[in-house]
Design a protein around this ligand. Structure first.
Ligand code: OAD
Length: 257
């Protein structure tokens, strides 16, 4: 049988996934790119002239909260209109298959968009928080708010202070409980699937290496090379939704054969 590069990747990928008892997945902005949510780096990554580091930081919020909120309001609007794509849905299917045979499946995501949860993923650990969560910049008040547009804008707490997005900013620690669970899942898994992250932002970027050092097979899906490509056992150089659509086609072909 003559296999194209994509079919070959799908065959390898399926073989690896079928045999694994425990799978850990790390996703980044690239997994939502085909849903219409722009990534942070690379083409289309800049908002106005700003880099994410200029906006996703406590100092940026102190300096100009309105500018930071305008950026998040723009992303909230895009995300609200977006639908989960074949990659989000494919991960749900893998979770169902693995847990259906009493295996372990953990989805670690750097994304704050909530698309994995909307697709139906269950064991999701959000490393960088949620764009739908608002937190008071002064008191402990927190609330979920899915309204687009937000009113009043920028949003205020009942204590009259400004609310901030409930996401982790540069220079801030990750929630301790989420980080511990993520590190444990990374260290214990047999297969570590890394999808759509530039692997430039730490500590999340250290997780695939932690998996590799503990014996996991590392599989990457990303159209570009990253530091993960160097340690990956399989690097599928493709967009995430395209790779999962090819995997689904491959499954159907095999069923028919
Ligand atoms: P980046 O924007 O840094 O990287 C996106 C990655 O996705 C790149 O490696 C692209 O090659 C890849 N990519 C693009 N389109 C893709 C597609 N259709 N399918 C698969 N891969 C694709 O995003 P992250 O790595 O998620 O943090 O960035 C990490 C963190 O930096 C974010 O969580 C955010 C940001 O600043 C905070 O806000 C704290």
């Amino acid at each position: 049988m003559n296999l194209s590069a994509m079919e070959l990747s799908s065959e390898q990928l399926q073989a690896v996934l079928i045999s694994a008892k425990s799978i850990c997945v790390l996703t980044g902005a690239g997994v939502s790119q085909e849903s219409g949510v722009p990534t942070f780096r690379g083409p289309g990554g800049l908002w106005r002239q700003y880099r994410p580091e200029d906006l996703a930081a406590p100092e940026a919020f102190e300096r100009n909260p309105l500018l930071v909120w305008e950026w998040y309001a723009w992303r909230r609007e895009l995300i609200q209109r977006a639908q989960p794509n074949a990659a989000h849905l494919g991960l749900v299917k893998i979770e169902e298959t693995v847990t259906g045979r009493d295996g372990q499946f953990t989805l670690l995501t750097q994304n704050v968009d909530g698309l994995h949860e909307r697709a139906g993923s269950r064991n999701v650990i959000r490393l960088h928080g949620s764009i739908w969560q608002l937190r008071c910049a002064s008191c402990a008040e927190e609330r979920e708010d899915y309204s687009v547009p937000l009113a009043p804008f920028p949003p205020r707490c009942s204590c009259a202070s400004l609310m901030r997005p409930g996401v982790v900013w540069f220079g801030e620690p990750l929630p301790e409980d989420s980080w511990q669970k993520a590190a444990d899942a990374a260290a214990a898994c047999q297969v570590f699937l890394v999808i759509g992250t530039s692997a430039l932002v730490y500590p999340a970027a250290s997780l695939p290496l932690l998996g590799k050092r503990n014996g996991a097979r590392v599989v990457e899906i990303n159209p570009d090379s990253t530091s993960v490509s160097e340690i990956a056992d399989i690097a599928v150089q493709s967009k995430a939704a395209e790779a999962f659509s090819a995997l689904a086609r491959f499954d159907r072909q095999k069923e028919r054969a």
